[in-house]
Design a protein around this ligand. Structure first.
Ligand code: SPD
Length: 362
């Protein structure tokens, strides 16, 4: 009788909706940000199935996290957004005993992440990169000549240049906390300034080039650059390299360059974290630990062209990637990079208002 009861209980447990839900891990990551076979390998190794959804904006992720009950078990916030979200209590503390591959992480980068997540309690670094300029070398040279300032924000933020590129297509990330500071940097202002007047000056410059901008979007530009449908994107390093790669494979004569402007650029870190209301925290830890495997991270970097935070993976990262200063900037360039500012609500509201005005052109 006892045996029968336990069998009945077991069957009931296996068919209960709660446990059925626990068999699938829900991962929410940036688009174009994982190797083709990472999820397949994870399921093959652990038996844990994954539903994998993508986004292309920290604001979208933040809205879901703050609303709660997102259903996601692993998400990938950028460090500045992570800090705000930790303060709002949306992430669980990591159980480091379940993350033996933490030993693979670069201690210097994890220390830098500690500025956003004290003691690295809630997150580990996934990938990192810069926000710079992706451009079609031939289309730019045709319109601005061989001396086009491809090493400078002037390429896009000088309205005279932007006007000449209107026909071939300029795009900007739909990322206000990155584009407004970049414009401020070009103007010689502190890109991390939270002074309303400085933010307004950056916005005023963007309003001047607005008539020459084809669209604001944070993922469409990869294929558009690769196909030659646009000629300049202010975009994320690895995404531009993916566009370059795709253009090379298409063999239609499109050549793409990536520039970290000489004035400086934003350096950001994307991290993996577990929402506090995740129903699958064990599996989420298993996933994060799996990704921190040196070979798995190297495979991702080799596929998405982003630098990672995993020191042990570096011997397996392709030499071409390690040698590219657009992906691993030189020390001289690094000195010009700035870290993301964590904005207070008040500043955030100012930025959102300015951004709406810039985008609508009003
Ligand atoms: N296609 C993946 C892009 C990842 C970009 N991460 C966001 C960085 C924000 N500063």
């Amino acid at each position: 009788m006892k045996k029968l009861l336990s069998t009945v209980a077991l069957v009931a447990m296996m068919t209960s909706p709660v446990l059925a839900a626990e068999k699938v891990l829900h991962v929410f990551n940036w688009s174009d940000y994982i190797a083709e076979d990472t999820i397949k390998k994870f399921t093959a190794k652990t038996g844990i199935k994954v539903t994998y959804d993508v986004y292309d904006s920290n604001e979208v992720l933040e809205a879901k996290m703050l609303a709660g009950s997102s259903g996601f078990d692993v998400v990938v916030p950028t460090a500045d957004f992570l800090q705000r979200q930790i303060a709002a209590g949306v992430y669980a503390k990591l159980d480091k005993s379940k993350l033996p591959n933490l030993k693979n992480m670069d201690p210097d980068l994890m220390k830098a992440l500690g500025n956003f997540d004290k003691g690295n309690e809630h997150a580990v670094i996934y990938m990192w990169g810069t926000t710079g300029i992706g451009y079609n070398t031939k289309a730019i040279a045709k319109r601005l000549g061989d001396k086009a300032p491809t090493d400078s924000w002037a390429l896009v933020f000088d309205p005279a240049n932007a006007a000449k590129l209107k026909d071939c297509g300029i795009t900007l990330l739909d990322a206000p906390t990155e584009i407004i500071p970049a414009a401020m940097n070009y103007l010689g202002l502190d890109p991390r300034s939270t002074k309303k007047a400085d933010l307004e000056k950056g916005a005023a410059l963007l309003t001047k080039i607005r008539p020459f901008v084809r669209y604001f979007h944070s993922s469409q530009y990869i294929s558009d650059l690769a196909n030659g449908d646009i000629c300049l994107s202010v975009g994320w390093s690895g995404d531009v390299f993916q566009a370059r790669d795709r253009a090379g494979e298409a063999k239609k004569g499109v050549e793409i360059g990536y520039s970290i402007p000489k004035q400086g650029a934003l350096q950001w870190f994307d991290t993996m974290a577990i929402p506090v209301d995740s129903k699958n925290k064990d599996a989420a830890h298993t996933f994060i630990n799996f990704v921190m495997d040196a070979q798995i991270t190297a495979d991702i970097t080799n596929y998405v062209w982003y630098a990672n935070g995993n020191k042990a993976s570096l011997p397996m990262v392709e030499q071409e990637i390690k040698d590219d200063p657009g992906i691993f900037p030189t020390d001289e360039v690094k000195d010009k990079l700035w870290g993301a500012k964590v904005y207070a609500k008040k500043t955030d509201r100012i930025i959102t208002r300015l951004w709406t005005k810039i985008k609508t052109g009003k």
